[in-house]
Design a protein around this ligand. Structure first.
Ligand code: FAD
Length: 466
């Protein structure tokens, strides 16, 4: 029987934005197709991003702890050895389990998976080629095609010596030396993975700080902790050229007008990602792109072409999986006449180093730039009972509140498990909490989140444990 090619919604891309939108649309009664050029669903996040990077971070952290973190707990271990092939195949298994899970979810919701490259030939027609060959007609289209790594012309990717995150998640041997260009989340996370496994990692950054989107002081504190782990940094430095040989790469670096050459076995270029619209045909049907190539949308995620929507990494905003998910759900709810909404003030971001750095809301610098009158409360994990018990005393919580209304404007956490702790901060901000609200909420003892409560108390100078 010939397939039915007529849909209420065609989603192009099955990353976290696309597949979540497809599921929500199916829940709302739409007949949905999800077009994906790769065999496995899940997009960047599941296949080559969030999930494999966290699998490698968790495995490498266990190796590092087994090697040097257990003696203080009175546990003697010897003969700890790295089995990299097993570590890599475990990561691949984790990815496979999760992408199979997404396939199952799409099936459960009767969403038609179409494998191939989707191209818009009109606002209501998507031609699929390069896999299945089909012409899909639809009432609405949601573009969720994500992003791709930015290449530097001076350091072109060759997939072997000069690589992007995808290859850096799958090196089959531990490089002796690695130069990371770009001190954002991806560069620091993958730099941490290989540093823990034995690579000498050097990070260069064009700006005068690491993790530029984060609170400056928290970023500086993280840099110091990473330096203690042996990672070296060179800020205000540009990679100008590279010469690849049989054994590695010689990179020309320039800092303050002074040039130097640096050798590395591999170079990871992690300077950001760009929206991915190749072969999509969006521009041709009238969809507007901004100067950075991002699809321009209105408050309901609709492009300049009625009925064609876009979400996730391919539009403006932080390139984060959970941001894409929220937008995907909000976009289809808007299509269905509901009040789909994303609160961009309360989208958390996390750098999964050890310790982790997590944040939601504004930084101290942003508060100053906006001329806001603020109060700041901080509390170090050194004074937190659970952190002491775990031996994880690095870092602190920093809370920024409006001086007049006491409303919490930002929470920044540098510490073990910060990625889990930030959820409390997000809920607090969603409910427009004051620092007093958090200070008066009972936090289980002994737990790391007690440091959030203490930081809230510190906003008004009333910490109890410091
Ligand atoms: P994507 O996940 O990129 O999915 C887009 C999909 O569209 C892809 O599968 C692509 O093949 C498909 N596609 C594109 N064009 C077409 C077409 N014409 N036809 C058919 N299919 C098409 N974010 C976090 O929040 N937390 C993290 O810890 C995190 N870690 C990361 C680590 C790494 C190494 C990387 C690279 C990224 C990480 N990210 C993380 C970012 C996160 O992966 C992205 O923000 C997220 O995947 C964006 O989701 P999306 O749905 O917009 O696009």
């Amino acid at each position: 029987m010939a397939p039915n090619n007529d849909f209420d919604l065609v989603v192009i891309g099955s990353g976290p934005g696309g597949y979540m939108a497809a599921i929500r649309a199916a829940q709302l009664g739409m007949r949905v197709a999800c077009v994906e050029k790769d065999q496995a669903p899940g997009g960047t996040c599941l296949n080559i991003g969030c999930i494999p990077s966290k699998a490698m971070l968790d495995s490498s952290e266990r190796f590092h702890v087994a090697k040097s973190g257990l003696a203080a707990h009175g546990i003697k271990v010897s003969g700890v050895e790295l089995d990299l092939p097993t570590m890599l195949s475990r990561k691949d298994r984790v990815v496979k389990t999760l992408t199979s899970g997404v396939s199952g979810l799409l099936k459960k919701h009767k969403i038609e998976r179409v494998i191939g490259i989707g191209r818009l030939t009109s606002p209501t027609t998507v031609e699929v080629t390069g896999g299945e060959t089909r012409t899909l007609t639809t009432k609405k289209v949601l573009i969720a095609t994500g992003s791709a790594p930015i290449a530097l012309p001076a350091l072109p990717f060759d997939g072997k010596r000069i690589v992007c995150s995808t290859e850096a998640l799958a090196f089959t041997s531990v490089p002796k030396t690695m130069l990371v260009v770009g001190a954002g989340a991806i560069g620091l996370e993958l730099g941490s993975v290989w540093a823990r496994l034995g690579t000498a990692v050097h990070v260069v950054e064009f700006l005068d700080r690491i993790v530029p989107g984060m609170d400056r002081k928290m970023g500086e504190a993280l840099q110091k902790l990473l330096q203690k782990q042996g990672i070296t940094f060179q800020l205000q430095t540009t990679a100008k050229a590279a010469k690849v040989s049989q054994t590695g790469v010689t990179v020309t670096l320039e800092s303050n007008g002074v040039s130097e050459q640096r050798e590395a076995e591999v170079v990871l270029v992690a300077v950001g990602r760009r929206p991915y619209t190749e072969g999509l045909g969006a521009k041709e049907i009238g969809v507007e792109l901004d100067a950075k190539g991002r699809i321009v949308v209105d408050a309901h995620f609709q492009t300049k072409v009625p009925g064609v929507f876009a979400i996730g990494d391919v539009i403006a905003g932080p390139m984060l999986a959970h941001k894409a998910e929220e937008e995907g759900v909000a976009a289809v709810e808007s299509m269905a006449g509901q009040a789909g909404h994303v609160n961009y003030e309360a989208i958390p971001s996390v750098v999964y180093t050890a310790p982790e750095l997590a944040a939601v809301g504004i930084t101290e610098e942003q508060a100053k730039e906006r001329g806001l009158d603020i109060r700041i409360g901080t509390f170090p994990f050194l004074a937190n009972g659970r952190a002491k018990a775990m031996g994880e005393t690095d870092g602190m919580v920093k809370m920024i509140a409006d001086a007049k209304t006491d409303r919490v404007l930002g929470i920044h956490i540098l510490g073990a498990r910060a990625s889990d702790m930030i959820a409390e901060a997000v809920v607090a901000m969603e409910f427009y909490a004051s620092s007093e609200d958090i200070a008066r909420s009972s936090h289980a003892h002994p737990t790391m989140p007690e440091a959030i409560k203490e930081a809230a108390l510190a906003v008004h100078g009333r910490t109890l444990n410091l």
